[in-house]
Design a protein around this ligand. Structure first.
Ligand code: ADP
Ligand code: ZN
Ligand code: ZN
Length: 830
């Protein structure tokens, strides 16, 4: 038997399966998806089996055997192995990089070098006695690292010993994290025999008798520690009982449960509203059909999307299929978890980034071992190793956090659609403000090919219970200034806040922080502190008075005088939220503010803690950045204020208007969700911008038609797709010439395919290569950066062209090599 193995070396040269012989002892165990240790270039590396075959592609004499099979149950399933291959093609990453993204960190095995004594006679002569004793008799192995640490002065002797065969070396893959095991006490089956044996226990061993009696009464297995705490006695007592065969003592795997001991109040399905019923029916039919379908649930904030998700999942579970729910990391709040645990209890695994590696691994194992049927989590939960997926839900599908910014640069939405295809599963994208891409795809007019197809767009335009969407007032801050108000609060927002304080209601204040960072600037000469290695200003941290670079980590003390003109008028602009907080305390002495931003949420669980406090009405105002806009549901919030709505409109990003509209709509949706009516105040310098106007009117359709017009005119998605190729090198001239060569090579390939045409040429298939030009951030970590943007439409495998064009640049001395970074469907082209 031959296994094809993808080895964990993320280089383009090794990005293909290698053949290995499967030792007979492994034949019954090995499967596609198994994790193995294999010899590779003199080392042992971790790899995954992608295929089993009867014959090898290479000379059988050159075949090496697999050295280890790492898990009795393969961590990956064949569908994930194939999905990873698809990802590597589409996102231009190596197959192994895609596979690594699918497994918990705990399974990213690390090679460990072990040594043992091979030649005892020679060892007695060549090695210090102390060392040979420490290693132990032959056959015993110790970690090489530990050996060198213990005997640093004999490193040379160890090396010589290895070279001359006095010592033997072996490599093994060790998991980064062990499964937690607990010593557990069991009662053997034959309780009658035990009872009579108990009577025979002499009186001086009364403790043994007590422990045994306790276990007989308790019946089930008990962790040793718990038994000792409850029944008294010592470990020795239990051991002697075990030696007599009256009890059994075994190690039992234990799962770390981050939600252990937490009671979730069980909920039952609510009677659905007519709007919910229609959508639910449509989803249930899709799950039932078992054919892959993607639907877009466009439901306004408060329309009850979550209840639809819950009941659709219920239906899916009744069909004995599993469900995956993706939510943006930031909205994976206790509120959200409670809703799912409350409905499905222990059938739910929760995967979020605040879990420890161990907790995450254990949640993941619950999925793999079929203990749970529902996985809810952020982006990477799309790889949950379920075998029969019926439904994938992506809540807030427009969120940019579904795109991973480091390799593999995948978009969870596209991966979901692909995975659903393999399982015949339904995909439900849910949002109050769908991305233009999803909206355009779902509202595509039906053609003859779609006959009998049900619509993909599922609208829920009304809030549950007929509650109105909150009225939004837009304040033109230029007018405020004209009328002498220099404060950051408009008069309306000021008086509305005062009213809430008086009535004991709560407010949410959002500071749109995109494009609004913290920096150091000289008021006399205009000098700004910039990173010496990157083309970007340094960020000022008030607490430590240190300026730091976000890209390379460069840090320096903030200067007291301007380094350029020696003026003392150097100013530190702290985080916007800090300034707002100070202003609030000045205007409303005694006001209780909870600030939520990157500075106050670095600690584990701090996000939850702050929200919990706010939920318990321990504060009047929740002030924050984007974080406060998502998914919060607090009954006493009756005012939402947006300070500086337009800071994100000015970014050189083709999605700037879309992001602004989404943010305004989402945050407005936090007000008046329950019995108290809500109100929204939006402050802006661009009140006439269509993103602001349509958000004020809660008019998604109007926003979309205007935005689509702009995208069409400028040639941006959804009218085409983009690939961003960024190239970097320390030497500018070399970079300039290589990027020029790359672009023209790519154009040649496209020309050859007959698709190198302007996008507006009227042909179905067209591809343009823009650039190379200097990247908007033109230098990072002392490397210059150039970029090409590829725009294309129609059925073109642009990823393949982009990869093919790389060919000539893969070889050559490393120091001369230009680094290529490929971003398919980029979220930002900065
Ligand atoms: P969305 O996610 O669409 O913004 P939610 O799912 O948070 O909306 O629902 C808003 C509120 O309406 C929640 O408090 C929820 O419990 C309630 N709700 C949802 N569906 C129903 C229903 N069918 N009957 C009564 N209340 C409902
Ligand atoms: Zn100056
Ligand atoms: Zn830097």
């Amino acid at each position: 038997m031959i296994a094809k193995v993808i080895v964990d070396v993320p280089s383009r040269q090794t990005d293909r399966p290698f053949d290995y012989e499967v030792p007979a002892s492994m034949e019954d165990w090995i499967e596609v998806g198994s994790r193995v240790g294999v010899p590779f270039g003199g080392r042992v590396l971790q790899g995954f089996v992608t295929q089993l075959a009867a014959t090898a592609d290479i000379d059988p004499k050159r075949l090496k055997p697999i050295s280890e099979l790492l898990d009795p149950v393969p961590p990956l399933l064949p569908d994930l192995i194939h999905l990873a291959k698809w990802m590597s093609d589409k996102y231009c990453c190596s197959w192994t990089t895609a596979l690594q993204a699918m497994i918990p960190a705990a399974l990213k095995g690390k090679a460990e070098r072990l040594v043992g004594i091979q030649d005892e006679e020679a060892a007695a002569v060549d090695l210090p006695l102390e060392m040979t004793e420490w290693i132990g008799a032959s056959g015993q192995l110790v970690k090489l690292e530990a050996l060198l640490e213990r005997f640093p002065e004999h490193a040379r002797a160890v090396k010589a010993g290895l070279r001359e065969g006095v010592l033997a070396q072996q490599t093994s893959i060790r998991d980064r994290l062990a499964i937690r095991k607990v010593l557990t006490v069991f009662v053997p089956h034959d309780t009658e025999a035990i009872r009579s044996a108990m009577d025979a226990i002499p009186a001086r061993a009364a403790k043994q008798r007590e422990v045994l009696a306790y276990m007989l009464e308790h019946g089930g297995p008990l962790p040793l520690q718990m038994l000792l705490a409850e029944a008294g006695g010592s470990a020795a007592t239990v051991r002697s009982l075990a030696e007599k065969g009256l009890l059994e003592l075994r190690e039992v795997e234990q799962q770390r449960d981050p939600y252990a001991g937490r009671e979730f109040e069980r909920t039952t399905p609510l009677p659905l509203t007519d709007g919910q019923e229609a959508v639910y029916g449509r989803i249930a039919r899709a799950v039932d059909a078992g054919e892959p379908q993607t639907m877009l649930l466009h439901g306004v904030t408060g329309s009850g999307k979550t209840e639809v998700y819950l009941q659709s999942i219920q239906f899916c579970l009744e069909q004995e299929k599993q469900a995956i729910v993706l939510v943006p990391e930031i909205s994976l709040t206790p509120q959200m978890v409670e809703r799912f645990k409350g409905r499905f209890g222990d059938a739910v695994a929760v995967l979020h980034s605040r879990l420890s590696n161990g907790e995450r691994y254990d949640e993941w194992r619950k999925i793999r071992s079929r203990q749970v049927q529902v996985a809810i989590g952020a982006r990477s939960a799309i790889f949950a190793p379920f075998e029969r997926i019926g439904l994938i839900i992506i809540d807030e599908e427009h969120e940019s956090s579904y795109k991973q910014e480091e390799s593999p640069k995948y978009h969870a939405r596209d991966v979901a659609v692909r995975r659903a295809k393999q399982h015949g599963a339904a995909v439900v994208l849910g949002s109050a403000t769908p991305s233009l891409e999803s909206f355009a795809a779902a509202s595509r007019p039906m053609t003859a090919r779609d006959q009998g197809r049900e619509p993909a767009l599922l609208p829920m335009p009304d809030r549950v219970g007929g509650r109105p969407l909150p009225p939004v007032t837009v304040i033109d801050m230029r007018e405020e200034l004209k009328e002498g108000n220099r404060s950051m609060f408009s008069r309306l927002l000021h008086s509305s806040l005062a009213e809430r304080l008086e009535r004991g209601e709560q407010s949410v204040l959002l500071l749109n922080r995109r494009g609004y960072s913290t920096f150091v600037m000289c008021r006399s000469c205009g000098y700004t502190a910039a990173c010496p290695h990157c083309d970007i200003s340094l960020t000022f941290h008030q607490k430590s008075r240190v300026m730091r670079c976000h890209y390379c980590g460069h840090a320096e003390q903030a200067p007291a005088t301007c380094p350029s003109c020696q003026s003392e008028h150097i100013r530190y602009f702290g985080t916007g939220t800090q300034r707002v907080e100070e202003e609030l305390s000045k205007l409303f002495p005694g006001i209780r503010v909870i600030r939520m931003d990157v500075d106050t949420t670095t600690e584990k669980n701090s996000h939850e803690k702050l929200l919990k406090q706010f939920g318990e009405r321990k504060a009047d105002v929740l002030l924050g950045t984007q974080m406060v806009a998502k998914g919060l549901d607090f009954p006493y919030v009756t005012l939402v204020g947006v300070i500086a709505a337009d800071t994100s409109l000015n970014l050189p990003d083709f999605r700037a208007a879309e992001r602004t509209f989404q943010l305004l709509t989402q945050v407005a949706g936090r007000a008046g969700r329950h019995h108290l009516p809500g109100e929204v105040v939006v402050q802006t310098y661009a009140p006439e911008h269509y993103a602001v106007v349509t958000a004020q009117q809660h008019d998604y359709t109007a926003f979309v038609s205007e935005e689509l017009r702009h995208r069409g005119a400028m040639g941006y998605p959804p009218y085409c797709r983009l690939i961003l190729v960024t190239m970097s090198h320390e030497q500018l001239p070399l970079l300039a010439s290589v990027s020029e060569q790359y672009a023209s090579g790519l154009r040649e390939l496209a020309e050859h395919e007959g698709v190198l045409l302007p996008l507006n040429s009227g042909f179905g298939r067209a591809l343009e290569v823009l650039g190379p030009v200097a990247s908007p951030i033109s230098r990072m970590k002392d490397r210059y950066r150039f970029q090409c943007v590829i725009k294309y439409r129609g059925n073109i495998d642009a990823s393949a062209l982009v990869r093919k064009a790389l060919g000539p640049f893969l070889d050559g001395p490393p120091q001369r090599q230009v680094q290529f970074s490929i971003d398919v469907d980029p979220q930002v082209i900065l």
